[in-house]
Write a protein that binds this ligand. Structure first.
Ligand SMILES: Cc1cc2nc3c(=O)[nH]c(=O)nc-3n(C[C@H](O)[C@H](O)[C@H](O)COP(=O)(O)O)c2cc1C
Length: 648
């Protein structure tokens, strides 16, 4: 068989271990970590699915090497903890049995210990240890590690590495990037020591080198050891790429793979985890440059999900391995689809940050486009239905499409009706915003998957009660979505107003002076896009905060873009839309005209409750999902759609 992506699919040998391909799964923190730091069964299932999906290596994240001076609530590997070794062994085994190499990340947070605690207040009562004494911007005091403590941490790198090998891991990733302890030592910004661990570049690399030597001693000469490095810290005062190349040179003698990431968690989150506002592969240049200065294989990472781009990276020698984190949440089977030339079936990551935000909010994991994420232990196989039924799905938005796809995978006869001439529902409007184009494309991928699974799609077909009853379906999934809210404000029905959902159809009506009416997520994103297009954009929002509906990871990055492109008026109530703009009232009752000849109405959505009511008795089994049930997220629409189909 001729593989379309031969470089991505070719094996690589590191140390004496051969990995089946060049697509590796990056470390992602587990969720059900027990109170004594063991890897819970949900996390094991989470890692196992990525192995099943075909990755060459699967990295288990954040094994804390020295809990005495760290304190993030993460994995430990410690013989004194009952089950610690057993849990790690079960996880390594769960990965290895699918042909992927299990790797585990050894980490120390240093002065940012406690970052992942749900109760951030507790950080203040912990000791935070870093290379040097300092006070963090959030007021937390950091103490410099003593020489004795450094020795102890170095030796625990070795001890934990030995245990990880014993548990069955076949590679180790030593985390030296993203602003954590080893990075703090490497950084001229954080490391102000005057002993042999600070000052010159060689001295700043000493801690990393000693930790790596301890690891090597524990695992032996042929065991693959990987070092995760930020190629550049990407902030004022941190090390740059030129220094990153020299650091790589210092580290190289101790490792088998140099993993080049970027920036720091604390000072460049949207660059370390490239946001939707950045191009795919925006950090590849760091790996490509460093690769010119070292002879060990180099890995790259950051917003990668496109097989053509990833193939090109390997083929042209920019890197030897590509790592993905979020792309493998969106579609754990991405490597397998690439290997089997089924790349058109890849469900792409939207970079919406639901995954990371959910962890911060509820300590669980979710993915907008993949209902299984965080719930892998419930099983990833869609079992055939014992009795084949006729299923009618009303509405081809993301929830309806996913429900139809899942029901068809179960062997049901599925008819998906869409009243408009195109599938996609609310996702159609995303095609106008380049940074959300993948959200629009998602509908196309779901449609392709649904059709390949056997779903019959009927466009321009509205499901009424009569229609549903005539079809005599056994089950009806109501996924009719929502309608834009357009309150009875004078002028809001004017010629100069475009409802945000229709912007993709009526772009030409929008002039160069625009007021966006409504600062929720949709309004903010449209305002950013208009600003990027060079228009003069004002944004009017009645509440004090913009986009409170955006998740905690996306929101700060969204607000950064708003700052660049948009003049914001919060606490302004829109009274009337005129040809010159929106007449508003501030909190003191004073009136202001926010200028703009075009107005975008982005005042929210409301469920299509009339249709829901009409259809509730139109089949024996009826389930309402997505915005039709409650105006909510795509995440919920897809999740509810999936489970509605499983319940039939
Ligand atoms: C949900 C999630 C959890 C992560 N957890 C870790 C972690 O525990 N350790 C780590 O070094 N990086 C972690 N990362 C960062 C990723 O390994 C990766 O560097 C980053 O997401 C950029 O890759 P991507 O664009 O392919 O997502 C995490 C990323 C995500 C999305």
């Amino acid at each position: 068989m001729e593989r379309k992506y031969p470089h991505l699919c070719s094996p690589i040998t590191l140390g004496r271990t051969t990995f089946r391909n060049r697509m590796f799964s990056a470390p992602m923190g587990g969720t059900d970590i027990t109170n004594d730091g063991c890897i819970g069964p949900k996390s094991t299932a989470f890692y196992e699915l990525r192995a099943k999906g075909g990755a060459g290596a699967v990295t288990v994240s954040e094994l804390m090497v020295h809990p005495q001076t760290d304190g993030s609530h993460a994995y430990h590997l410690d013989e004194s903890i009952l089950n610690s070794l057993a849990c790690a062994t079960y996880t390594a085994d769960a990965i290895r049995r699918h042909g992927a190499m299990p790797s585990i990340e050894l980490s120390h947070s240093g002065m940012y210990a406690g970052t992942y605690m749900t109760d951030k207040g507790r950080q203040k009562s912990m000791n935070q240890w870093g290379p040097s004494d300092t006070i963090r911007p959030d007021g937390v005091e950091v103490k410099a590690l003593t020489r004795e403590m450094i020795d102890e941490i170095v030796s625990s790198y070795g001890h934990v590495a030995g245990l990880a090998k014993r548990a069955g891991f076949e590679m180790l990733m030593i985390h030296g990037g993203h602003g954590w302890l080893i990075n703090q030592f490497l950084s001229p910004y954080f490391n102000k020591r005057t002993d042999e661990y600070g000052g010159s570049l060689e001295n700043r690399c000493r801690f990393a080198a000693e930790a790596l030597q301890a690891v090597r001693k524990a695992v032996g000469p042929f065991f693959p050891v990987e070092f995760r490095l930020s190629g550049s810290e990407l902030f004022e005062g941190g090390y740059d790429l030129e220094e990153g190349c020299r650091i790589a040179g210092q580290i190289e003698p101790y490792i088998d793979l140099l993993h080049v990431s970027a920036g720091t968690y604390q000072r460049g989150f949207g660059r370390t985890h490239p946001s939707m506002f950045r191009e795919h592969g925006c950090n590849v240049y760091l790996a490509a440059e460093i690769k010119k200065h070292v002879s060990v294989p180099v890995a790259t990472i950051g917003g990668l999900n496109d097989p053509v781009q990833m193939e090109e990276i390997i083929a042209t020698g920019k890197a030897d391995v590509v790592y993905m984190a979020r792309a493998l949440l969106a579609d754990p089977f991405l490597p397998r689809k690439i290997t089997e030339n089924r790349e058109d079936e890849i469900v792409k990551c939207l970079r919406c940050f639901t995954c990371m935000a959910e962890r911060a909010a509820t300590s669980t994991r979710r993915c907008t486009v993949n209902p299984l994420i965080g719930r892998e232990a419930e099983g990833d196989e869609v079992a055939p239905a014992p009795v084949k039924k006729k299923v009618l799905v009303a509405g081809a938005g993301p929830g309806g499409l996913y429900a139809a796809y899942t029901a068809a995978r179960r062997g049901h006869q599925v008819i998906l009706c869409e009243k408009e001439s195109e599938t996609g529902g609310i996702l159609k409007s995303e095609q106008a915003l380049p940074f959300k184009y993948e959200m629009y494309e998602l509908a196309g991928t779901y449609r392709l998957l649904a059709e390949r699974a056997g779903v019959e799609i009927r466009l321009n077909t509205e499901v009424t009660k009569e229609y549903a009853e005539k079809e005599q379906a056994d089950a009806l999934i109501v996924a009719v979505g929502s309608l834009p809210l357009v309150p009875p404000i004078p002028g809001l029905d004017g010629e100069n107003v475009v409802v945000v959902n229709n912007y993709y159809l009526e772009k030409d009506k929008v002039g160069s002076e625009v007021v966006v009416f409504g600062g929720g997520l949709a309004g903010c994103e449209c305002a950013i896009h208009l600003g990027m297009e060079g228009k003069n954009v004002h944004l009017v929002e009645m509440r004090d905060a913009l986009a409170p509906d955006a998740n905690v990871r996306h929101r700060p990055l969204l607000l950064q873009e708003i700052d660049k492109y948009v003049t914001v008026h919060t606490g302004y109530k829109g009274l009337e839309v005129t040809k010159e703009g929106i007449l508003c009232e501030d909190k003191k009752g004073e009136k202001h005209l926010v200028p703009g000849t075009s107005v975008i109405c982005a005042l929210g959505q409301r469920s299509r409750i009339d249709v829901v009511n009409e259809l509730q008795d139109a089949a024996p089994f009826v389930r309402v999902i997505g915005d039709a049930a409650k105006v909510s997220t795509i995440t919920n629409a897809v999740y509810w759609g999936y489970h509605a189909a499983l319940d039939i």
